[in-house]
Design a protein around this ligand. Sequence first.
Ligand SMILES: Nc1ncnc2c1ncn2[C@@H]1O[C@H](COP(=O)(O)OP(=O)(O)O)[C@@H](O)[C@H]1O
Ligand SMILES: [Mg+2]
Length: 424
Amino acid sequence: MVVRSMDIAAAEGPERLREIMAELLDRSTAVVKRYGGTLNQFTGDGIMAVFGAPITLEDHAFRACMAALDIQKEVGSTLELRIGLNSGQVIAGEIGSSTASYTTIGEQVGMAQRMESVAPPGGVMLSESTARLVEDTVELGEPEMAHIKGSDDPVLTYRLLAIGAHKRRRRSEPKLVGREWEFNTLTGILGETISGAGCVVNIVGPPGIGKSRLVRETADIAVGRGVSVFGTYCESHASDIPFHVLARLLRAAMGIDEHEDDAARALAHVQFPDASPEDLLLLDDLLGIRDSNVPPPEIAPDARRRRLTAMINSASLARQEPSVYVIEDAHWIDEASESMLADFLSVIPHIPALVLITYRPEYRGALSRVADAPTVALRPLSDAHSSLLTSQLLGDDPSLDELAAQVADRAAGNPSSSRRWCAI
Ligand SMILES: Nc1ncnc2c1ncn2[C@@H]1O[C@H](COP(=O)(O)OP(=O)(O)O)[C@@H](O)[C@H]1O
Ligand SMILES: [Mg+2]
């Protein structure tokens, strides 16, 4: 919603306001589309967009957050916008054939509008339900109580500050239950890799079953033993950006993320003492730190890939310090990263490195078929562990026993579902 659109109309004239709004609509539509959403209503001085099925709840809430921040960045200081986000069940129906007439009705839409109305100009406000879905992947402000239309009680709202998937905040995580053999297996393999026998381990399971949690627990042990941990993650909306996932992992492993391009290049180049100038140019290009005054290298994609693989593999073979590499959510990996990482994984048995790859069971790509890689398939929590988790989340007051039983029943051993049901 545009702040003070009536003032703009008064100052600039209604014609100019129409132009401004048309441009805003164009730009917002582009951003929303980029993140897989649908723009479904234009209300004169505001727009509404929907991010929905069939992708998982967490993912579409996260996409909406990214779109909201991008739209705020796009409009810059020309206009002030308020944006509100809410998540939940809506009744959606296709009316007519164009996507613009896709209409959603329901309480949830009302809640999104309320969030918009309490957002500060230039800000993005999240309802509690959205905040809960994205709290591990974005940076949120402190909870604020807001009075909204149609509700006597104030509701909890959270200001969206930034996207921060690489620095996941661990707010209020439940204590780990179960997963003993899985955890022991991973720490056992970690011990072996530290002494030189590198290993790739697949961690497989449906959304919310605890893949990332198991990886974090293992990474904590590694860090405690003085082993460096480097990670990358795949995102559904980035699966067609070539080398995206690989570049992120390399930047992390080379320690260049926090540096300006010049310093990053210098830091990267010293790590490849045997590389030719042309190889280094390929590397800069891959890492996204190429000097803009230097033209991009003209080398066929296949040759480029071969040379980069050779460089990365030989640099890895020379690395003596034990390391853990994490590749999260490989079911969303881009093809170029997938094939280069698959080549890189062939050197792992020869170096002191543990590679943890998480993905959903439907993924059948190259990273799921690494030779001699053990697989840890996460099953639903046992009934006993499930109720342990529920009582941790709800407390163990006997009056809650029945509720706890219902939660355990509905969550069916999925820890993420338990958390969701207990938070309602
Ligand atoms: N064994 C467990 N004990 C307690 N909490 C768990 C357990 N496994 C997962 N969780 C919690 O459930 C949520 C979802 O787990 P996560 O690891 O993100 O799932 P996935 O990566 O498989 O989608 C997280 O908040 C996590 O801390
Ligand atoms: Mg995960």
